[in-house]
Design a protein around this ligand. Structure first.
Ligand code: GLY
Length: 566
């Protein structure tokens, strides 16, 4: 590895300059480097850092974090869902797509009633809302290619936490209580309360024996411990008994895929980010590069000022018009990625932006080129390798149903498809035929795990949960950190905002945005909606070393430690 070579070189230089000192008197120089994790909870942060301290790579630490979160962060951590992992390892960029797939029995109109209207609750709650989970396959493939420590070592912390229990953090207990109240309000019945009700009260030692057994099968049999045998049988039986479509054959057919990440030059940097079936990489690249174009004609407004938020909203409208029209699973539809981020196209789209007034929503068309929950974490190891990983079961607690006998929540990712062209999904995102349901297809995502390089060195690792707001959160975390030169802590906690074309002229924003700016934007004609975005977890390299930050609203933990290089 590059830094090991550098340390060898430094050892040689040190030895040369001390060649007259007797060998016994020479203390070998300890060459330390830093390693960092930024995680949605303390259990994942501690377990991931322990892996790094044992000499594991960023990918090893990420695998451990993914499985630990499946135990301690049931809102979004999972083995019943999917996600994306962006990797920069030994100067190589890679992207692991472990997004869920529609089961073989899925079809375009499966969520429409006899009048052709969307039955929203069916794509959001219960077994029928689930796609074939991809997380275990994704972690397995990442380990096959980039793992250093043994697989069993990496899964063990999740087994221990499920078997021996963990003390439920107050924020998790509150979330569970609010979720159960909402289910009751909406008249939705499920087995959620049986698994997470009283057993997961604040401060209580929460043990999950069925999940522990499922984790042991993964630990001992790898990917087959989930997609074949006992767990596969339990999933298929639960599906059959509860109106779900996923079968044992679907599980056997699931494939996690290595894809080429989008590598996009911006300023002095290079973004390594998510390709389709994520819409996020294209969207973030479009957003920040259209801003660059606009700034050729005008000065950069202050961060989070009225002029800045308006400008970013004007750009966001164009980004989301393209997303709705062109984006889908590249294995099923042709997604014109290069055309959508081509400099001439970006220039043309940026020229439509009105810096002074709101452009008419209905007139913002796709260019002619000619959730909410999900969770994210970032890792950097002592060799400078990085992982940005975003993972999801879609809404908080996914479909709200637990696989009996296996103890894990299933995703409700089918709602990320376009159940009907032009009808918004839960996140208000509109899609067309590119994202219609087909058997075996992956639903369009906004997850955007992103690594930013300067030269060959990782400068920033970032990502966020939050459905379509992920795209804004990631774009703004890049701009805040690298354009406005904020620290990791400032960037993670700076209020963000989001405009996605529809609802018309509406900006969602974080609590904490300047009240005067909110009033000025309202006076311009925007509807301003205070809203919850996901929590950003990022790592930034500065001249003085690494900074790691987890947005304070969540229950995350970020750590930087010194580690001797081997
Ligand atoms: N389920 C949220 C996303 O994938 O974008």
């Amino acid at each position: 590895m590059r830094i090991v070579l550098l340390s060898l070189l430094l050892c040689v230089v040190t030895a040369c300059s001390q060649e007259k000192v007797p060998a016994a008197d020479i203390t070998p120089p300890v060459i330390a480097s830093q390693q960092a994790v930024s995680m949605p909870d303390t259990f994942a942060a501690d377990a991931a850092m322990a892996v790094l301290n044992e000499g594991g790579t960023a990918v090893d630490a990420a695998i451990t974090a993914q499985f630990v979160l499946a135990v301690t962060f049931p809102e979004a951590g999972n083995i019943g869902g999917g996600g994306f992992m962006t990797i920069y390892m030994d100067d190589e960029a890679a992207f692991m797509d472990y997004r869920e797939m529609a089961p073989a029995a899925a079809h375009r109109d499966m969520y429409l009633d006899e009048n052709g209207d969307v039955k929203t609750e069916e794509s959001l709650f219960g077994a029928k809302a689930s796609g074939i989970p991809g997380s275990v396959a994704g972690m397995w493939e990442a380990h096959q290619r980039f793992g250093k420590l043994p697989w069993k070592r990496l899964v063990q912390p999740a087994v221990d936490l499920a078997k021996n229990g963990f003390n439920v953090p107050a924020k998790l207990a509150d979330h569970i209580t609010r979720y159960m109240a909402r289910m009751e309000e909406q008249g939705i019945s499920s087995n959620f309360e049986q698994f997470f009700g009283e057993a997961a009260a604040a401060g209580v030692l929460f043990k999950q024996p069925e999940l522990a057994a499922a984790m042991e099968r993964i630990r001992d049999q790898g990917k087959d411990g989930f997609y074949e045998g006992e767990t596969a049988r339990l999933i298929a039986e639960f599906m059959a008994a509860n109106g779900g479509l996923v079968t044992e054959a679907d599980l056997r057919s699931y494939q996690a895929k290595w894809r080429s990440p989008i590598v996009y030059p911006w300023q002095d940097y290079k973004l390594i980010t998510a390709p389709p079936p994520s819409s996020g990489g294209v969207a973030v690249a479009q957003w920040i590069s259209m801003l660059n174009e606009v700034l050729k004609q005008q000065k950069l407004p202050d961060q989070n000022s009225t002029a800045y938020i308006h400008l970013m909203s004007e750009i966001g409208k164009r980004v989301f018009a393209d997303r709705a029209e062109y984006m889908g699973d590249p294995d099923y539809v042709e997604v014109p990625v290069q055309a959508l981020i081509d400099p001439e196209y970006i220039q043309a789209r940026a020229s439509e932006v009105n810096p002074d007034a709101i452009s008419v929503t209905e007139e913002v068309k796709p260019g002619l080129y000619e959730s909410p929950d999900t969770t994210h974490f970032s890792v950097m190891d002592k060799w400078g390798n990085a992982v940005a990983n975003t993972t999801t079961i879609n809404l908080s607690f996914g479909s709200g149903v637990v696989v009996e006998g296996a103890g894990f929540l299933l995703n409700d990712e089918m709602d990320d498809f376009s159940a009907k062209a032009g009808v918004p999904n839960f996140f208000g995102a509109i899609g067309g035929t590119a994202n219609e349901i087909q058997p075996g297809k992956r639903m369009l995502s906004s997850m955007t795990p992103t690594i930013v390089l300067k030269g060959e060195q990782v400068k920033l690792v970032t990502g966020s949960p939050g459905g379509t707001t992920i795209i804004s959160s990631v774009a703004q975390s890049i701009l805040n950190t690298l354009f406005f030169d904020m620290t990791a802590e400032e960037s993670a906690n700076s209020p963000r905002f989001h405009h996605q074309l529809w609802p018309k002229d509406t900006i969602a924003y974080h609590e904490g945005l300047d009240a005067a700016v909110v009033s000025e934007l309202e006076a311009m004609g925007y509807t301003m909606k205070q809203s919850n975005f996901g929590d950003v977890h990022l790592i930034k390299r500065t001249d003085k070393g690494l900074e790691a930050a987890s947005e304070a609203r969540g229950r995350g933990k970020a750590m930087v430690e010194e580690a001797p290089l081997d």
